[in-house]
Design a protein around this ligand. Structure first.
Ligand code: LLP
Length: 444
């Protein structure tokens, strides 16, 4: 898809709550240096305002459709985040019994939850049937048979949708492309009618919808439109044959990672290593609403990153500066165990000092690395930044999605804390783990 200049300009408008005031970085009214003093670092900080704003902008853009936004819990599953969205009326896309459990604990309505995933276990299926989920998004014939059997044993019926694989290239990182035939996900589009026919004969299965999800961090609308175009005839056929209620088009809307912070004062520097290409919610809606409206079924969308990605940062403190003959390393207190995206996908996150630097200050290329014992433990390589000193606080931007949820205890590092800014107040929503926590569940 070719972007016009006007549109490209519009893309630079980042809608989130992290801003400099008087040279200090704030999340809404909260001074991030003070947040670090209160709760220590590394610390994830999320803005409730940004999450809710994204949710309402997406709902507004999809208003012409009978639709439900089912937040993809995997992106950020802190209960405080789920509660915000549940109260705002969101449904949830869950991929495990644990996610369903969390969502229910946060006040989610199970009848607004869809259960996805290629390897659902017996106890997860039983729990989801008992809770009355809206739909199981089924990924294989073997799974369909298994769900039928489990529902039968309970003398209940399980609502299902098949996840179809439309074989569309989403032009994203290979690890998060899911809608190509070589990916493990879904049932090939051509095979789907026969599998639905089988499902229709199963005693304990109700056919309620059809689902797809072609990938994540998709930064153009064409793949969404292509996939909808490919699956639409099937939707019509299923509607007339089985009276399906919904078509879920999955998640995948990309966000802006580069230049994720623009200084209001104009003092901030820009990253010149690449252009952001994330498209706006308007572009997304323009591409998908017309073809979906014609289908006249309920439309589900499953955004994760779009709702929470730019609503969160990871705050970290510089521990040491180390210079070799060829490199300057800035060693921070967060590691790949806290935020694995740069190591795993080589993904770019903007990194900015919490105390704003003056643009004229000398810039240098530095590597920002963590304390973990791997060379892959980095947040930025050869990044041009103004001088950074020991003790400085840095904000790793756009860390609200797939940040904390992918954190681990690797190197026996306690999981970081999480905080939420809401209504001008900062609240701890997950305590930092302690060394005691690390060994608590182990047998001696
Ligand atoms: N629906 C399904 C069936 C999914 O598999 C996913 C994400 C979503 C919705 C939400 O996608 P989103 O709107 O967030 O793009 N860890 C990777 C991303 C993995 C995405 C997995 N599936 C990352 O950090 O980029």
């Amino acid at each position: 898809m070719v972007f016009s200049l006007r549109r490209a300009k519009r893309l630079q408008l980042i809608v989130h709550s992290f801003r400099y005031h008087d040279g200090k970085l704030y999340c809404d009214d909260v001074d991030l240096a003070r947040a670090a003093e209160s709760f220590g670092t590394p610390l994830y900080i999320y803005s409730a305002g940004t999450i809710l704003d994204h949710f309402s902008r997406l709902n507004a853009a999809l208003a012409p459709l009978h639709h439900l936004v089912c937040y993809a819990v995997k992106a950020n599953s802190n209960r405080a985040v789920l509660k915000l969205l549940a109260e705002a009326g969101a449904g949830f896309d869950i991929v495990s019994g644990g996610e369903l459990f969390r969502a229910i604990k946060a006040g989610a309505d199970p009848t607004k939850c869809t259960f996805a995933g290629v390897g659902k276990a017996r106890d997860e299926i039983e729990y989801a049937i008992d809770q009355g989920v809206y739909s199981f998004n089924v990924e294989s014939e073997a799974e369909l048979e298994y769900i039928d059997k489990i529902a039968g044993a309970k003398k209940l019926r399980a609502p299902i949708a098949l996840r179809v694989n439309p074989d569309v290239d989403p032009h994203t990182h290979e690890y998060i492309a899911t809608g190509l035939h070589e990916n493990k996900f879904g049932i090939a589009l051509g095979r789907a009618p026969a599998v639905y026919e089988r499902a229709a004969k199963m005693r304990n299965i109700d056919i309620v919808g059809v689902q797809m999800h072609i990938g994540s961090q998709i930064t153009e609308s064409a793949p969404f439109a292509d996939a909808i175009g490919k699956v639409a005839p099937l939707v019509m056929q299923l509607k007339s044959r089985y009276g399906i209620k919904f078509f879920s088009i999955g998640g995948g809307m990309g966000i802006i990672y580069r230049r994720a912070l623009e200084s209001g004062s104009g003092k901030w520097w820009h990253d010149h290593s690449g252009e952001s290409s994330a498209f706006s919610v308007r572009d997304y809606a323009d591409a998908i609403v017309p073809p979906l409206r014609d289908l006249d079924v309920r439309i589900l969308v499953e955004p994760g990153r779009f709702l929470v990605g730019n609503a969160g940062i990871l705050l970290t403190r510089v521990r040491y500066i180390k210079e070799s003959s060829v490199k300057k390393f800035v060693i921070v207190d967060a590691g790949m165990n806290d935020l694995i995206r740069p190591s795993l996908y080589r993904s770019y996150h903007e990194i900015v000092p919490v105390e704003e630097k003056i643009q004229s200050e000398r810039k240098r290329k530095i590597d920002i690395v963590g304390p973990v014992c791997e060379s892959g433990d980095f947040f930025a390589l050869d990044r041009e930044m103004p001088e950074v000193h020991e003790g400085d606080l840095l904000a790793i931007m756009s860390a609200g999605a797939y940040g904390f949820v992918m954190a681990s205890n690797y190197n026996s590092r306690p999981l970081p804390a999480e905080a939420l800014v809401r209504g001008g107040k900062l609240a701890l929503i997950r305590k930092r783990q302690t060394w005691e926590d690390l060994v608590r569940d182990e047998a001696e």
